[in-house]
Design a protein around this ligand. Structure first.
Ligand SMILES: Nc1nc2c(ncn2[C@@H]2O[C@H](COP(=O)(O)OP(=O)(O)OP(=O)(O)O)[C@@H](O)[C@H]2O)c(=O)[nH]1
Length: 375
């Protein structure tokens, strides 16, 4: 929290949102737990949102937990889905309530410095779904936002796995760039550095020739005649593509187990705030203004056409015009859609601190919800 002398509520920086993504097993949840406890120790407790409906145990205290709103098991049953379809549908359903999540976060902007979002373990469910895009867009439109891409460092020491992981990160970044026409700040977090330091990765990222040498030293890169294999040539070309990707990236090494490197991570996050404000925000505002103009033009156009049609109709049917009056008696009662499940902020709930142990059987009356079906 900014408690520097002279700082006032109006000068206070907005909290920064950290969206954590990563391959299953990379250590995402452990990382979120680590940064959460680090921020608590710094007296800056974050606001945490768990977006993984299928996680059995959340090792950190989430302020908002998707599992309180959507029962993933129930969704699988109702829609006759397997685990991945269930997670995706649960996320889709939750996304329809995301305005409430934003409202709850908004209420905390004066008191928190960081909002942390943990995403489903299956990375593609978040990164390639419409829901993931809507959630990212909604957050990034309201707060400075950074994507933390968690990498399992011990499992990327072979040049081929390193490259495939980097390519995946590059694809995720490109996907976000295509969606928003500009790139959200992105941090590569090399996790598990207690087991495997990440220096090799930094060297490979910054020195193309070192990576080529590592590739050449790796078995399977030459065929029986000593010629480079297809795989070798492919990886060489790919590494040229990645070179451009690395230029705009921040990379840090972290051990979520020991806490080593967490401070560096937050320094990178602060650097991303600047990047967001200088690069992302102006683009976002330009895109928003363009979208609003297109919408306003379309609205004005359809209104003009409607008025013209009405004028023609009325000119043709003067008798109808005399009867066409507003009847207050005929006014229908408005639909009350507030009976629906609401997103809860656990801090405002009346069973503080007990949620981690709760079996997911205890919900807030969502057992009888009939979620809308497509079509
Ligand atoms: N040595 C070491 N192990 C870690 C570290 N971070 C996570 N792990 C271990 O890696 C495994 C996976 O960690 P999780 O936090 O469950 O990983 P995840 O990416 O959330 O996995 P999903 O739940 O499948 O999404 C666990 O056994 C963790 O204890 C670390 O920094 N060092």
């Amino acid at each position: 929290m900014d408690s520097s002398p002279g700082s006032s509520a109006s000068e206070r920086k907005k909290p920064i949102a950290i969206i954590t993504i990563g391959m299953a097993g990379a250590g995402k949840s452990t990382f979120v737990q680590r940064i959460n406890s680090y921020l608590h120790s710094e007296n800056k407790p974050p606001y945490v949102v768990n977006l993984d409906p299928a996680v059995a145990h959340v090792p950190f205290e989430a302020n908002i937990d998707i599992r309180d709103t959507v029962n993933y098991q129930e969704v699988m049953k109702q829609y006759n889905l397997g685990p991945n379809g269930g997670i995706l549908t649960a996320l889709n359903l939750f996304t329809t309530k995301f305005d409430q999540v934003l409202g709850l976060i908004e209420k905390r902007t004066e008191t928190v410095d960081y909002v942390i979002l943990d995403t489903p373990g299956q990375i593609e469910i978040f990164t390639w779904s419409a829901s993931g895009a809507i959630i990212t867009d909604a957050i990034a439109s309201s707060l400075p936002t950074v994507v933390a891409y968690i990498i399992d460092t011990p499992r990327t020491t072979a040049p081929a796995t390193f490259m495939s992981n980097m390519l995946y990160a590059c694809r995720v970044r490109l996907r976000l760039a295509i969606l928003y026409k500009t790139k959200l700040p992105f941090i590569l977090v090399f996790n598990k550095t207690d087991v495997q330091p990440h220096d090799f990765a930094l060297t490979w990222m910054h020195d193309f020739e070192e990576f080529q040498a590592a590739l050449a030293a790796h078995s399977g890169t030459r065929d029986a005649e000593g010629e480079p294999t297809y795989m070798n040539s492919l990886m060489n070309s790919m590494s040229l593509v990645l070179d451009e990707f690395y230029k705009h990236l921040k990379a840090v090494g972290v051990s979520s187990t020991t806490g080593q490197g967490v401070k560096d991570f937050f320094e990178a996050v602060e650097g991303c705030r600047e990047e967001y404000e200088k690069e992302y925000l102006p683009e976002l505002e330009r895109a928003r203004a363009a979208r609003e103009k297109t919408l306003a033009d379309a609205k004005a156009d359809s209104m003009n056409r409607l008025m013209k049609d009405l004028a023609v109709d009325r000119a043709k049917n003067p008798g109808f015009v005399a009867q066409d009056r507003w009847d207050p008696e005929a006014e229908e009662e408005e639909d009350d859609d507030d009976n629906d499940t609401n997103v809860i902020d656990r801090n405002e709930d009346h069973w503080p601190g007990q949620y981690i142990d709760l079996t997911r059987a205890q919900r807030h009356g969502d057992e009888n919800i009939n979620w809308p079906r497509p079509g």
